[in-house]
Every structure is written in C-alpha cells, then in structure tokens.
Design a protein around this ligand. Structure first.
Ligand code: FES
Length: 469
C-alpha cells in the first residue's frame, strides 16, 4: 500500500494518470475492466461514482471500505490537480518471486577460463525481472523486482497492444527504470550487462514495432544479437549484450535456457520445458533441435493457487480423492459451488471452481500434446530421452509424481526430470562466465527449427486425448 499525490485530467482515468506520472500499478487486464487488480483508495469527491460493473469486481469488504478501481475512476467534470491516491496492491520490488538457477546445475568452470570481470546478468521476464552480479566468476548479489510494465497488462499481448496504441516509449522506460533500480542496488558497478528475455520483452525494451508479431504474419522485427552501449541513469555508459531470439514465440530466454542446459554440446537427446502462459519447449541435441510453444493460458501463473506447483498437486489430490472425475468434472455437491481446497504450502483455503479446473486441463493437455508432437517429429520415444529439464518458477518444489499422475509429463520421464529454475538467467550468467563467447549459442540457433503445433495433424487429437485426468 502506498500513497501518491497526482494530477488527473478531465477525461483521463486514474490508471492513465498514474502511468503518465510514472507510477506503477498492477493493471493485469490493461484497463479492460476485467481483472480487478488496479485497486485504489481516493481522498477526493470530484470523481465519478462507482458503477455496478466496477463494484462487481471488488469484494464486499473492499466496497464497504470505499475501494475503487483505477481504470474506472475519472474526474467528474474538471481536471483535479491534487489527487491523493493510495494503491492497495502495490507491486513492491521485494515481493518479486525470483527463481534462482538450480544449484545442482551450476556450471563448473576451469579457473583459467574466468576473467576478472564484473558483469550483470539480467532476465527480463514478463512478470519479474531478475538480476545477478557476478565478479570473478562468483555470484556476489542477487536481486529482482516486478516488471513495471504490469501497469499495461499481465501478458505480452496486452503490452504489445499498449505499445501499438502509442505507449511504446513508456513500456521501454518501465524496463529501463527497473534495470536501473536493480543496478543501483548492486554493491559494485558492473562493467558489462548481459540480458535474456522473451521476444516481446526485447522488442518492447528496444521500442521495435510489434504489430506484425502479435498479428499475422506473426513475424518479429528483429531476432539477432544486440550488442550496444546504453547509458544508465547514473550517466555511466555500459556495453550490453542481449541474447538472440529464435522467433516470435521462442525467445532469448529459451535460447539461454537451452545453452545453460548444455544443448549445444550434448550427444544425447533431451527435452526442455518452460511452463508459463506460453509453454515453450524444445527437444534435441547438438545436431538438431526442434522447438514449439503451446498456449497454456493463465492456469499455471494466474490462479489463486499462485503457482503451478500447487495447481498440479491440487488436481492430483482432487482426482485421487474422487472429487473430480477423469473428465475433470467436479462431482456433486461441488459442481455448482466449487470445492474448498486447503493449500499445503500456505494452509489457506481456496474454492476451486469448474472453470479453473478446465483452465488447468487446457494448459496441461496443450503442454503434454506439444511434448508428444515434438518427440514424434524428432523420431524418438520417451524412453529415448535422457533428461527432461523443467525450467521456470514451477520447477522448484514441483511434485513430479503429481505432474505424471495428471498426465502433464509422460510416466517414462518421471525419473529423468531435472528442475533448473530460472534457466534464462542462468544461461546469461554462463555466457558471461565463458568470456562472452557466442559460439555455443550460435550453434543452438543454427540447428534449431520451430514446429508450429497447430500445423501438425496429430496435435488436436493428442490435445483431446490428454484433456483427461
Ligand atoms: S480492472 Fe484490470 S486494470 Fe482495472
């Protein structure tokens, strides 16, 4: 919760006014009046009255205390010069959930390979921005903060639309401000910055056009390496290396993850999956890599259970205890009202409704069908896979048995799963530790090919088959 004094012009919403004045607020639906996240309190009577639509998005308690939603509120008549606004759901930097690279996967280095160079590795994620400072090969500082672009929506489509509507400058500034804030926390100044991020994040940072990436022909403006000098707020000019993307859907974060997991020098065939709104995945080795992305929707990131870890375990528990059937239908008497589920990790209860179960079914069957297609297209079976690398926040603490039991992961791969945490950040660190040598990343780019799942005949059949729990 934080209070600001802003000015709000006639005709402008408080959400727009906050953005204009560089204040970050959670606005996951980008002001489309659907998410209910932009909650504020106001000390001003000259604003419009709350509508039923707005009140519907707030809880009874919030309505009783007079909370409002910033994307609904605007001045009744004239400009309001001094508007006191308290943002209730503040995206504090310290609340960022930053997943570190998994320690088991740390890169062993020949000390002779390490130059005495201090560099920052930064992963620009859609939700969080994670940074580590490395000096003489050792990580000496870890930081993270919520990506301030969350004021323009939670997902890459909302943010791209905001950029197309004239906010490209502000979206880039959001990330630059976040990077500057992270660097200001460092105990020592870096001499170089290495960045990995998904294709949209890099486009928005660089203010590249995104219209052709989110619409037909779904083509990015630029996917190659970026090696440039940037000026920080402190006035220091630093060289930045931004790792290359593969396509609109397979970004530098995945390339970095594949590099971290050793795809550039492995003879054996491995799988890589990063679970999020888009489930990015890859299969292959040093000679050939196939990549794909499956639209998983918000189930693994945006539910009230908060993490895929809880979501997957919850589904396995509900199925095992007969509360949902194998089609995912809640049994009576829970079908209409939902089921009150106790989350192990927090002890909280949440009501799981039929729509959330459907979202999870869609997500898990999209990922599983994608994995099956990749294995078929590659000409291997699950038994031929040596390792399955699970990247992203969900990997930590994931109950692999539950993931297998709901059908997210093929049973044959259960003992082959290695969780790698934020492999995008870890790949950026590895790149710096290996003296900024582009060769291995170039190899990955050269042997990678993207499979468009919707163009593969078997995908829809596999998708329906794996909807079952
Ligand atoms: S309701 Fe989503 S931003 Fe306001």
């Amino acid at each position: 919760m934080r209070e600001y004094t802003i000015n709000c012009k006639k005709g402008e919403t408080v959400l727009d006014a906050l953005r204009r004045q560089g204040i970050t607020i959670r606005a996951f639906c980008n002001g489309r009046h659907t998410c209910g996240k932009c909650r504020i309190m106001l000390d001003e009577e000259k604003m419009n009255e709350a509508s039923y639509e707005e009140m519907y998005l707030l809880t009874d308690e919030e309505n009783a205390m007079g909370a409002r939603l910033a994307c609904f509120v605007r001045p009744d008549k004239d400009d309001v010069d001094e508007l006191k606004v308290t943002i209730l759901d503040m995206p504090e930097s310290e609340t960022a959930i930053v997943t570190a690279p998994d320690d088991d996967m740390s890169v062993s280095l020949d000390p002779e390979d390490v130059e005495d160079l201090t560099f920052a590795a930064i992963d620009i994620g859609t939700t969080t921005i994670a940074a580590e400072l490395i000096s003489n090969g050792e990580v000496i500082y870890k930081g993270g903060r919520i990506n301030s672009q969350c004021s323009y929506g939670a997902d890459v489509i909302s943010r791209s639309e905001a950029a197309i509507k004239g906010n490209a400058e502000q979206l880039s500034d959001c990330v630059m401000d976040d990077i500057n804030a992270l660097i200001n926390e460092f105990p020592k100044a870096p001499a170089h910055i290495i960045i990995a991020g998904n294709t949209t994040m890099i486009h928005l940072l660089m203010k590249y056009p995104v219209a052709e990436m989110i619409n037909y022909p779904f083509r990015p403006y630029y996917t190659g390496w970026l090696k440039k000098n940037f000026m920080l707020d402190s006035g220091r000019v630093l060289p930045w290396t931004i790792l290359p993307n593969l396509s609109a859907y397979i970004g530098g974060d995945v390339v970095s993850g594949l590099y971290y997991c050793g795809f550039s020098d492995s003879d054996s065939v491995n799988l890589f999956v990063d679970l999020g709104t888009n489930g990015e995945m890859a299969i292959g080795n040093r000679d050939r890599i196939l990549t794909a992305s499956a639209a998983a929707g918000p189930a693994f990131e945006g539910t009230r259970l908060n993490a895929a870890t809880d979501v997957i375990k919850c589904m396995a528990n509900l199925r095992d205890s007969g509360i949902i059937d194998e089609n995912g239908a809640l049994k009576d008497p829970y079908f209409d009202e939902g089921y009150n589920y106790r989350i192990d990790s927090s002890g909280r209860f949440v009501t799981i409704n039929q729509k959330e179960i459907r979202d999870i079914q869609i997500a898990k069957s999209a990922i599983r069908a994608g994995l099956e297609v990749l294995m078929r297209e590659y000409g291997v079976r699950a038994s031929d896979i040596e390792r399955l690398y699970l990247a992203g926040g969900m990997g930590h603490g994931l109950d692999i048995q539950s993931a297998v039991s709901i059908g997210l992961i093929p049973g044959e791969l259960q003992s082959k799963v290695i969780t790698v945490g934020n492999s995008s950040l870890a790949g950026a660190i590895k790149y710096g530790r290996y003296n900024f040598n582009d060769d291995d990343i170039e190899k990955i780019i050269a042997v990678s090919e993207e499979v468009t799942l919707s163009n593969v005949k078997e995908f829809s059949g596999l998708y329906y088959e794996h909807m079952l729990f």
